[in-house]
Design a protein around this ligand. Structure first.
Ligand SMILES: [Zn+2]
Ligand SMILES: [Zn+2]
Length: 314
């Protein structure tokens, strides 16, 4: 897998995303990692503030934050359709009985959006940044939709949007392209809880959506931006793992991103190939302490090499 040329990697990722997004497989690979056995996954719910919770299923499944109150329920991201019933049961288990009125998607990837359709069918309004909708409406080369039409957000925004719901002010903002070009940061201002999707926050090798407008430099910039928008007390919920991190984790990620980025940029300048860059193990001194995730060091190097070599050619 490490030696795949980019085209093959991109196609594998696209095929995997399509498979999981359409929910065709009983078990699926989320972002090319360990297979997810949906039947075996259990939901774990953590309380973040009054009526605000985060639900986790597995490292390869996007964390879901939800707010409950007199206006109903608002969720951030929607996991996979195979987990729909378990996710709803986890929400109801907290005593939340109202309608699920909104889902805010942090970005387009299937591990965060594939569950949208089943909620939308019951009347939930799905919200995301403009580029999420644009990319989800795109057609694959064979003319079929890139994502199931039922999962496409129906309300979009360009730069910022605020929802006033359940007595909370929920500020949604679009940072410069990082993980993708449709990322949203969702800030529950009163509770001081922020869901940052797949921006670098948890201590893992993050996926970088190099074919979805994302870039390693964007990831580095947005890690810093999150620390400007938040404060030291903010409970920061990453898209995976955590479920809560702070500036310490983001700072560690930032150091890793910058160091590995510079090492790979140097190798590209020296004319090293992708295989040579992988063999040089530029993440070696950061491997220890990385949490389990779907991105191996070799794959992470591939993503950064791909992104940088495209940009450095220009
Ligand atoms: Zn994700
Ligand atoms: Zn993602």
């Amino acid at each position: 897998m490490n030696k795949q040329p980019l085209g093959v990697l991109a196609r594998t990722l696209a095929a995997t995303a399509a498979l999981t997004a359409f929910g065709l497989a009983g078990s699926a690979h989320a972002q090319q990692g360990q297979p997810l056995d949906f039947a075996k996954l259990e939901m774990k719910t953590t309380k973040l503030a009054d009526n605000l919770y985060v639900v986790e299923a597995a490292p390869g499944v996007g964390n879901v934050v939800f707010l409950n109150g007199p206006d109903g329920i608002l969720m951030v991201d929607s996991m996979f359709p195979q987990l729909h019933d378990k996710l709803v049961a986890a929400i109801r288990a907290t005593g939340a009985t109202g309608p699920i009125r909104y889902i805010i998607n942090t970005h387009l990837h299937g591990d965060h959006t594939a569950g949208n359709g089943l909620f939308a069918k019951d009347g939930t309004v799905v919200i995301a940044q403009d580029n999420v909708r644009q990319r989800m409406l795109a057609k694959k080369p064979d003319g079929t939709p890139a994502f199931p039409p039922a999962n496409v957000p129906m309300v979009t925004y360009a730069t910022t949007m605020t929802l006033h719901f359940d007595g909370e002010d929920i500020e949604i903002s679009h940072p410069p392209a990082a993980h993708t070009d449709g990322d949203s940061i969702v800030y529950f201002k009163k509770a001081n809880v922020m869901q940052v999707g797949d921006l670098p926050a948890s201590l893992r090798f993050n996926n970088i959506g190099v074919d979805d407008g994302g870039s390693v430099d964007g990831m580095i910039a947005d890690g810093k931006l999150v620390m400007k928008m938040a404060n030291a007390q903010t409970k920061i919920v990453p898209g995976h793992l955590g479920p809560v991190v702070g500036f310490k984790e983001i700072t560690i990620q930032d150091t890793m991103f910058q160091t590995v980025r510079d090492r790979i940029a140097k190798m590209i300048k020296e004319g090293k190939t992708l295989d040579q860059a992988i063999a040089a193990e530029p993440t070696k001194d950061f491997n220890e302490g990385r949490l389990s995730g779907n991105i191996t060091p070799a794959r992470w190097v591939t993503l950064i090499y791909t992104d940088l070599s495209r940009r450095m050619k220009k």
